[in-house]
Ligand binder design. Structure first.
Ligand SMILES: [Zn+2]
Length: 293
């Protein structure tokens, strides 16, 4: 009996190690020009995100190599010449052979008490794209999925994160700025927001504010069907991407997840006005842990 018990314990230990080993690997390449405080916060944020939104190991297939490099720097010319020349901007970038995450941190944001939050929330934004790629089985490009759902989702998620951790509502501030996006375009020509190339004119979707508005309306419409706010966000942030992996076309995944077609959604979207924003912002108490539980 004792022997069996010991074997059982040994088995438990090995199982635990196996689970721990399965955590998707991110490699941090942090430029020395970033402030220590930012670097500490970056590591904290990554720990939270990996706990709440774990990345599946299928991600390695889409990277064509195990693990993902993250390059972070305070805006400067040619930050990592030994890796790649003239890296610029924040993105999930690729060169055909692999992909990596870039975080280009603006010094003017670091020195602004309000915009400093953006230097943190961008981490959640880019991380969420990795999560979307992994769950959807690499269906994130314009031809595969609606831009407003991809980018609007990342924008709303990063702002919920920022609101929860830094008590600042930048989503409200951004969407209220009229020059950033056009309510007329969003409600009359929502299909333009399905692709980057048809919605990237200045004042159409700056900082993805128009896309974020569409995501908030979708959540509001879902809530009308007796679905809680957390469940509605879970459908948008998680379930859709899982469903997306199962179908050739996004239209089918949309219908299966939200129980309405994109056309039906655009129809209800047309009834919204700019002033409705206040009614559809995420609850101040909403936590990402509630959404991804
Ligand atoms: Zn993005």
């Amino acid at each position: 009996m004792r022997k069996v018990f010991i074997i059982f314990i040994a088995l438990l230990i090995s199982l635990n190690t196996a689970v721990a080993n399965e955590k998707f690997e991110f490699r941090y390449n942090i430029h020395e020009n970033l402030p220590k405080k930012w670097v500490t916060e970056f590591k904290n944020i990554m720990d939270v995100l990996q706990e709440v939104l774990p990345i599946q190991n299928n991600m390695n297939d889409y990277l064509k190599s195990p693990g993902m490099d993250i390059y972070a720097w305070k805006s400067t010319k040619n930050p990592f010449p030994e890796v790649k020349n003239n890296m610029k901007g924040s993105c999930i970038c690729g060169d055909g052979s692999t992909r990596w995450m870039q975080l280009d941190i603006y010094p003017q944001d670091l020195s602004s008490s309000r915009n400093r939050i953006r230097t943190y929330s961008v981490i959640a934004h880019e991380y969420f794209h990795v999560y979307q790629i992994s769950l959807s089985e690499n269906k994130l490009s314009d031809k595969d999925t609606l831009k407003w759902l991809t980018e609007g989702g990342a924008k709303v998620l990063e702002e919920i994160y920022a609101r929860q951790h830094y008590k600042k509502d930048l989503l409200k501030i951004d969407i209220q700025e009229r020059q950033r996006w056009s309510i007329k375009r969003v409600t009359k020509e929502p299909h333009l927001y399905e692709k980057h190339k048809t919605s990237n004119k200045r004042g159409m979707d700056d900082n993805y504010t128009g896309s974020a508005f569409m995501v908030l309306v979708l959540v509001n419409e879902l809530k009308k069907n007796n679905i809680s706010e957390q469940q509605a966000f879970q459908l948008v942030f998680k379930d859709f991407w899982i469903e997306r992996s199962k179908h050739r076309k996004w239209e089918k995944a949309f219908e299966q997840t939200f129980k309405m077609s994109a056309g039906e959604f655009y129809e209800s979207l047309s009834k919204y006005k700019r002033k409705d924003l206040k009614k559809i912002l995420p609850s101040k108490t909403l936590k990402i842990q509630d959404i991804f539980s």
